[in-house]
Design a protein around this ligand. Structure first.
Ligand code: ACO
Length: 321
């Protein structure tokens, strides 16, 4: 007995920004052609007046509605985020306030691999008998972390939220997490020194800094290693997986996986063209969209794989119930 997903939901900002609009808004020397060719991104949603708590609450309420539960019936709430509205209270506590949940509520920072980290945590809590109905909300407002004068990073990210409700079941067949610690390749300092008179030299708050080519190499290596490990441990073949839900960081990374696994591109659904990289939101957003489109059926096997700042990584095998 592991877990199953009994409800999904999303919350997205209203404003869609095309590559051309982004170039005009920022005045950067970039183009739709460069961004599409190098990343596969065409559009992203960006918050204007919406807070991350707003998006998260919308996603949470939709997932709860499908699960036919209200907030008071959830017994654990996990938010995956690197961009909460406030350092304290946590995003999870802010969402709990809105949905009237009184259970434990905590934020988890696994960066772009956060959904798989949250699934692992939820499975452990359920296996330990510590919770029965867990709400996972993955939410990012990357627009607030991005340096909008840096064309190497600001074209990549978007904002959004995706939630799911999990309970005991047999859907999760395998999960594996890892960290290959490297604190430089993707980094953002948070200026925690404040005005401490004993620590005046603390690094000031900064925007996301990323060494793109190193991240690219890490990503393709981890996807290959994680996928092969899942095949070995679960005695699976590439053909036996119906859908590969990969972190949506760059279409060229996904194309690499397609060529390595020699599987049809239809098995690799994407949403990066419409939403850019929304960190840990990307995979649960994909799953929700596939369900909405009627593409998910009992017995379908999914291999999820993500990598993120840290560097974190992970994979999971789900068989839909
Ligand atoms: N528009 C036009 N030109 C650009 C842009 C842009 N938006 N961005 C970079 N360039 C230029 C650079 O200035 C550089 O020009 P120069 O040689 O004259 O200085 C040239 O393009 C090549 O730049 P690189 O940064 O070397 O480009 P690269 O081939 O590495 O592609 C990219 C950049 C797309 C970011 C790539 O490195 C990548 O996708 N890496 C993976 C990043 C990733 O997955 N990030 C995810 C975020 S974190 C996470 O999700 C885990």
């Amino acid at each position: 007995m592991t877990i199953k997903i009994i409800g999904t939901g999303i919350g997205l900002p209203d404003k869609e920004v095309s590559n051309d609009e982004l170039a005009a808004l920022t005045g950067l020397d970039t183009s739709d052609e460069w961004i599409r060719t190098m990343t596969g991104i065409g559009y992203r949603r960006l918050c204007q007046t919406e807070t991350l708590t707003d998006l998260s609450t919308t996603a949470a309420r939709a997932a709860l509605a499908e699960a036919e539960l209200d907030g008071s019936q959830i017994d654990y709430l996990i938010c995956s985020t690197v961009s909460p509205d406030t350092r304290t209270p946590s995003l999870a506590c802010s969402v709990a306030e809105r949905i009237k949940a009184t259970c434990p509520a905590v934020d988890l920072n696994g960066a772009c691999a956060g959904f798989i980290y949250a699934i692992d945590t939820a499975a452990a809590l359920i296996a330990a008998g510590r919770a029965e109905r867990i709400l996972i909300v993955c939410s990012e407002k990357m627009s607030g972390l991005t340096d909008w004068t840096d064309r190497r990073t600001c074209v990549l990210f978007g904002d959004g939220s995706a939630a799911c409700v999990v309970t005991a079941g047999n859907m999760l067949k395998y999960v594996h997490l890892q960290t290959q610690a490297d604190s430089h390749v993707i980094r953002m300092d948070n200026g925690m020194g404040g005005n401490n008179p004993l620590a005046r030299d603390q690094a000031p708050a900064s925007f996301i800094h990323m060494e793109g080519q190193k991240v690219f190499k890490y990503a393709v290596n981890i996807i290959e290693a994680e996928v092969r490990r899942a095949f070995d441990v679960c005695d699976l073949t590439p053909e036996s997986i119906d859908y590969y839900l990969l972190h949506q960081a760059n279409l060229r990374i996904i194309d690499f996986a397609i060529s390595r696994l020699k599987q049809p591109p239809e098995k690799f659904p994407t949403n990066i063209e419409r939403f850019g990289n929304i960190s840990s939101v990307s995979i649960p957003l994909l799953l929700h969209e596939m369900r909405q489109a009627g593409q998910v059926h009992p017995g379908d096997k999914f291999l999820l794989c993500a990598f993120g700042a840290g560097m974190t990584g992970g994979s999971a095998v789900l068989e839909w119930e």
